[in-house]
Design a protein around this ligand. Structure first.
Ligand code: ADP
Ligand code: MG
Length: 700
């Protein structure tokens, strides 16, 4: 294809002004290896460089200023780590200090005493003096541009210290555009789509994105590139979906003794209608001769596990093995004990395979899976490792999917000649926009009904000064025979602080719960896995009255007797995360409570968020609010989910474009499912490149 040998694939050092040294830096620091990479290194904003401020008239409240003056007193100051380069810039109205903390030596070599410079940077005020740290600085010459809107590029300290600044990026990109003809930038969107959705050409968009003459041009360019990003993701997902529908799968054509016996003799309760409906959908899928790829969505406590279990029995009835994969050891452990409890009476062996199962037991499990004598295995990521081989895997269940990516799902496909059926379960209600980008390739089942007899959890917002009342309330509940969770936040950046506040909290809890009468267990991330599990176990078994914990208890843990949860510093939790936590109570028949304790200094904004928790237990509403307020990157676990990374698009703000691209992709794939038509070739090539990048290769 013509675009393969395109000039855009030239190594970056071949660009005028780059060369081997800078080339190496760009590659190492920002992954810019080719002309194309530079072209897609977009500015994050544009600065107004039309004004030059006179030094004596700098407004200390202004953010960025552009100055012009003479450079003097270039000296190094300080010792060791505090070493820095200081220089003074003056004009006829005043003087200002310029500072470099990194790359001081390099700058010292480059800067020239008594020369006139153009300087641009962010001002800061220190001890009443204004200065600029790491400014962009350039010798004033006839050539020095006095441009209007200047693109501002993401860069790194290291690049800046080697004087690869915004200006350098702008210059390099400019040089690149001088070499490019419009035809060098292959249009990847089919003409029909460009017309229909009124999109500007790719070349034009890229040019305007870097160098917009007007704000309108910038917007047109951004819109086009966002559209492209979202469209590509919808095409990838759409094609994956088509592939799924065409993929042959094992046929589970009978419902046998395992399933029937369990249903008649061992099922500890009546299934809800929603559970029955989902089981019917799964039976239909697995009996169709096509591979199942189904997402089972159900709020916390809606009873997904039993559906998974019965689906696994269906696999066994048809001569297949089944596995269930959980995101953490504790959760895998819980599934393991839950399932073994239920299946023991039926004489079905279940074993646990996690990273911490080693040596002989591990070998034994691997052997049993390979020879088929073990039919059900519960585990963590350990299950997708290559050394795990099944004799005949028919169904893989993935619990709490949001921690697994599309790529990891794909690895399961390798575990049998035909890929196993895949059932993905998630408790996080997924807003539509996120579902479209993450799971658009899956069929969806929903459990929209809670098991009967559950009373809605009462959520109460409390302030620190009410602590005594709150603790007394919890103690009364415990005296009635219930158990309570007390949860502290854990945020990685300040792990140490969090640990301290947990310990302090533990001390406080002991004041209210006298150790002679009450037993308190504690779990946190600094404990060894074994110790953590033992403590958790004490609570699960009812041996401890109170569990003091960080968010490690978040997913899946099931202790029906626990009816109170106190969340400390609730303002520091995400809403979806709190919803998950809250789902740990309200699992039994007792009235359950969730108390959100807000710190003394919470903002109105945070209080507003907490009020949402108070007013609804609807996981979908909460997830929507969360997504709108915090953005998808923050939503629990989505970072690791193997989502396509978008450079410009934001699935919340650009949900309108997302919807448009979904329809466009659907439309195109209906007309040309294999992208065989001539006008779709550039698109097809781009998609194949993207698939490689997303590590989806194994699916095909
Ligand atoms: P989740 O969907 O959050 O994974 P679980 O599968 O852990 O929920 O189920 C939550 C609790 O509800 C468990 O104690 C389970 O035994 C119970 N449960 C599930 N289905 C029913 C039902 N149909 N009737 C009564 N209790 C049920
Ligand atoms: Mg669960």
């Amino acid at each position: 294809m013509s675009n393969v040998a395109s000039i855009l694939e030239s190594p970056i050092e071949f660009l005028k002004g780059v060369g081997p040294q800078r080339g190496e830096l760009l590659r190492a620091e920002l992954g810019i290896a080719t002309f194309a990479d530079l072209l897609h290194h977009y500015p994050y904003r544009y600065s107004d460089r039309s004004q030059i401020t006179r030094i004596g008239f700098i407004d200390p409240r202004a953010e960025y200023v552009q100055l012009q003056g003479t450079l003097v007193n270039i000296i190094e100051e300080g010792e060791g780590r505090k070493r820095r380069l200081v220089a003074t810039l003056y004009d006829d109205t005043g003087r200002i200090e310029l500072l470099w903390f990194q790359g001081a030596q390099w700058m010292k070599k480059t800067l020239k005493q008594n020369e006139r410079y153009l300087v641009y940077g962010k001002i800061s005020v220190f001890n009443g003096n204004i200065n600029i740290a790491h400014p962009e600085i350039e010798l004033l010459s006839a050539e020095t541009a006095s441009p209007g809107r200047q693109p501002m590029y993401p860069t790194t300290e290291k690049l800046r210290s080697r004087s690869i600044t915004n200006r350098s990026f702008a210059k390099l990109t400019q040089a690149l555009f001088e070499k490019l003809k419009p035809g060098d930038v292959t249009e990847i969107l089919p003409p029909e789509i460009m017309n229909r959705y009124r999109l500007c050409s790719r070349y034009q968009a890229l040019k305007w994105l870097h160098f917009p003459d007007t704000e309108e041009h910038e917007q047109v360019a951004r819109h086009r590139m966002k559209w492209e990003e979202l469209f590509l993701s919808q095409m990838l997902i759409g094609r994956l979906r088509l592939q799924h529908t065409a993929q042959a799968g094992w046929r589970f054509d009978k419902v046998g003794d395992n399933f029937n016996n369990f249903f008649k003799e061992h099922l500890p309760f009546e299934l809800t209608n929603a559970q029955k409906r989902v089981l019917r959908e799964i039976r239909q899928d697995t009996g169709s001769g096509k591979q199942m790829n189904r997402l089972l969505q159900g709020d916390v406590g809606s009873g997904k596990t039993i559906v998974a279990l019965m689906s696994m029995l269906l696999a066994l009835d048809n001569g297949f093995q089944a596995c269930i994969m959980a995101p953490t050891e504790i959760l895998a452990q819980q599934h393991f004990s839950g399932l073994s409890g239920l299946l023991q009476e039926m004489g079905i062996e279940v074993r646990l395979l996690t990273g911490s199962v080693k040596g002989k037991p591990r070998k034994e499990i691997l052997q049993q899976l390979a020879d088929g004598s073990l039919r059900i295995v519960v585990g963590t990521h350990a299950l997708i490792e290559d050394e795990v081989r099944f004799r005949n895997l028919g169904l893989a269940v993935i619990d709490e999917q949001h921690r697994f990516g599309v790529g990891q799902r794909a690895r399961l496909w390798q575990k049998n000649e035909l890929p196993p059926h895949v059932l993905v379960m998630t408790a996080t209600p997924i807003p539509r926009t996120l579902a479209l980008t993450m799971y658009g390739d899956l069929e969806v089942s929903v459990i929209d009904e809670l098991p009967p007899g559950r009373q809605p959890i009462k959520t109460i917002l409390a302030r620190d000064m009410q602590r005594a009342k709150v603790m007394e309330f919890i103690r009364r509940e415990v005296d009635k025979g219930r158990q309570a969770y007390i949860v502290y936040p854990l945020i990685e950046e300040s792990e140490k602080l969090d640990y301290e506040s947990l310990m302090e909290g533990y001390g406080q809890v002991k004041v209210w719960f006298d150790e002679n009468r009450y037993r308190i267990a504690m779990v946190h991330g600094r404990q060894e896995a074994g110790e953590r599990e033992r403590n958790m176990h004490r609570f699960v078994k009812g041996e401890a009255h109170v569990l003091v914990a960080t968010t490690v208890i978040e997913v899946g843990v099931n202790v029906p007797n626990a009816s109170v949860m106190l969340i400390e510093s609730a303002e520091r939790f995400g809403l979806s995360q709190m919803h998950q936590l809250r789902g740990r109570v309200g699992r039994g028949a007792e009235q359950s409570y969730c108390i959100l304790m807000a710190g003394s200094k919470v903002s109105d904004e945070s209080l507003k968020r907490l009020k949402i928790m108070e007013s609804t237990t609807d996981g979908f509403r909460i997830a929507e609010e969360d997504l709108a307020m915090r953005g998808p990157g923050d939503m629990h676990g989505t970072q690791q989910s193997g989502l396509l990374k978008f450079k410009l698009a934001d699935i919340v703000q650009d949900s309108g474009i997302l919807e448009e691209t979904r329809l466009a992709a659907l439309h195109l794939l209906t007309a040309d499912p294999t992208l065989a038509l001539a006008q779709n070739q550039p698109l097809r090539y781009t998609l194949s490149q993207q698939r490689k990048q997303a590590h989806w290769g194994k699916i095909s």
